[in-house]
Design a protein around this ligand. Sequence first.
Ligand code: DHB
Ligand code: FE
Length: 269
Amino acid sequence: MAKIVAGVGCSHVPAIGAALDLGKTEDPYWQRVFSGFEHSKQWIKDLKPDVAIVVFNDHATAFSVDMIPTFALGCADEFPPADEGWGPRPVPVVRGHAEFASHIAQFVILDEFDLTVVNRMEVDHGLTVPLSLMFGKVDRWPCRVVPLAVNVVMFPPPTGRRCYALGQAIQKAVESYPEDLRVVIFGTGGLSHQISGPRAGLINSAWDKSFLDGLTNVEYMREAGAEGIEMVMWLIMRGALDDTFQETYRFYTVPASNTAVGHIILEPR
Ligand code: DHB
Ligand code: FE
């Protein structure tokens, strides 16, 4: 049977992708950020997952404001990197796992979570930057990826409670898949940041750290800025892990562009 062997939380700042792609990782500003992922790159290389379920958000790239699904599961065989205005990132095409993803869609929809099934999607920095941080610069991503896109760009986003419950349903779905797949689930986005409006530049480190401590539901917009709502995606990851999972690694640094970079690894005791 398939099994979730770890959870990873990770920010997705687009400037991190640009720093990697433009060879700026040794600049002191970026060195500080990338240093926090040295441990994690080795850790995930040793872990050798077969599949990563990556909970991420699309930033009006694959979906426009014309149409935004609340939860959309990528069931395609591949997901090309999107052009976000300066050409697609020079990273490999993301290889999906259509059969496993379709199983999750069927199980979770029968469990009354009304996912949208996506059979074609380009993926933006929300998905490719966490992959780059965890896997580094590679010719081919080392595992298959099932993307789960969550609407956090247009009001109303799903609640933290709903996200957590969806994570629990995903765990059951994974464990009812007959093939022995080792699955890691990524919760991505955040931490606190606001890109526009009077509070642009907001970073609330105290709140970020209490989120990392508790991974619990809170008042995202008030405490963490408009874009801090991205943190609900971490709760899907957390919901998919039972109480035997504990924190085995944490990294937190401020700033990276307009946000804090937060990163956590959760593994079974
Ligand atoms: C930034 C962070 C994001 O999550 C994003 O989607 C865009 C920009 C930033 O910090 O600049
Ligand atoms: Fe974002």
